[in-house]
Write a new protein. Structure first.
Length: 188
C-alpha cells in the first residue's frame, strides 16, 4: 500500500484524491515508484511500460479506472486521472525506449514449446511475428518473465477479465506450457 501512497503523493494528490495541475512528466514520475525510473520495473511481477504501444497503455489505464481490470494499486492511481491524462501518459511512455532487462534466452526445448503454442493458438496473429504487438495489442517480446507468467495464469483463472479472448486462449493452452512460453517471450 505504501507504493500507492507514494504514487499519489508524487502525483500531487491530497488524501482526498484531488489532483493538482501537473505536467505529464510530473504525473509520469509517480509511475516510476513501481515501473522504474529507467523503465525497469522494481518488481519482476510488474510490467515494462516504457516503449509499450500507446493504444494498449491507454486501454489498460481505462480498464483499471473502469474496474474491468483489477489491481488495488493501479485503481487508486488512476481514480482521479481524466481521459486526457491517461492518453497523455500513454503517449509519454510509448515514446520511451524499451529497456533491456537482460533476461536469458529460452532454451531450444522452451523455444520448441513456444512455437507449438503459437501454432496451436496463433499468438502471432495478434502480437505479430516477433511478438512486438501493435496499436492496442501489447508487445510481449522482452517483457518481464514473472509478469508474463502471472498474466497467463490470471487470464486462465479469469482474475484478469478485461480480454475474454485471452482467457479462452489461455484455457486452450496447457498450464505446463506457460513457463516455457514466458521464458521464450521474456528472452525474445
Amino acid at each position: 500500500m505504501w507504493r500507492v501512497a507514494l504514487a499519489l503523493l508524487t502525483l500531487g494528490w491530497s488524501v482526498t484524491g484531488v489532483a493538482q495541475t501537473q505536467t505529464v512528466e510530473q504525473k509520469a514520475a509517480a509511475c516510476a515508484a513501481c515501473h522504474g525510473e529507467k523503465g525497469v520495473p522494481v518488481d519482476k511481477a510488474f510490467p515494462v511500460i516504457w516503449g509499450q504501444h500507446q493504444g494498449y497503455l491507454f486501454l489498460q489505464l481505462r480498464d483499471f479506472k473502469a474496474g474491468a481490470r483489477k489491481n488495488d494499486f493501479m485503481q487508486a492511481v488512476v481514480a482521479e486521472l481524466s481521459r486526457d491524462d491517461m492518453m497523455a501518459l500513454a503517449e509519454y511512455f510509448s515514446k520511451k525506449p524499451w529497456p533491456d532487462l537482460r533476461q536469458k534466452s529460452a532454451t531450444d526445448a522452451e523455444a520448441a514449446v513456444a512455437n507449438r503454442v503459437n501454432v496451436s493458438i496463433g499468438c502471432t496473429g495478434c502480437h505479430l511475428g516477433q511478438y512486438q504487438g501493435d496499436a492496442t495489442v501489447p508487445r510481449l517480446a522482452g517483457q518481464q518473465h514473472d509478469y508474463l507468467l502471472k498474466s497467463m495464469r490470471d487470464f486462465r483463472s479469469r482474475a484478469r477479465a478485461n480480454n475474454p479472448g485471452m482467457t479462452d486462449l489461455m484455457k486452450a493452452t496447457a498450464e505446463a506450457d506457460f513457463e516455457p512460453e514466458a521464458n521464450f517471450l521474456a528472452g525474445h
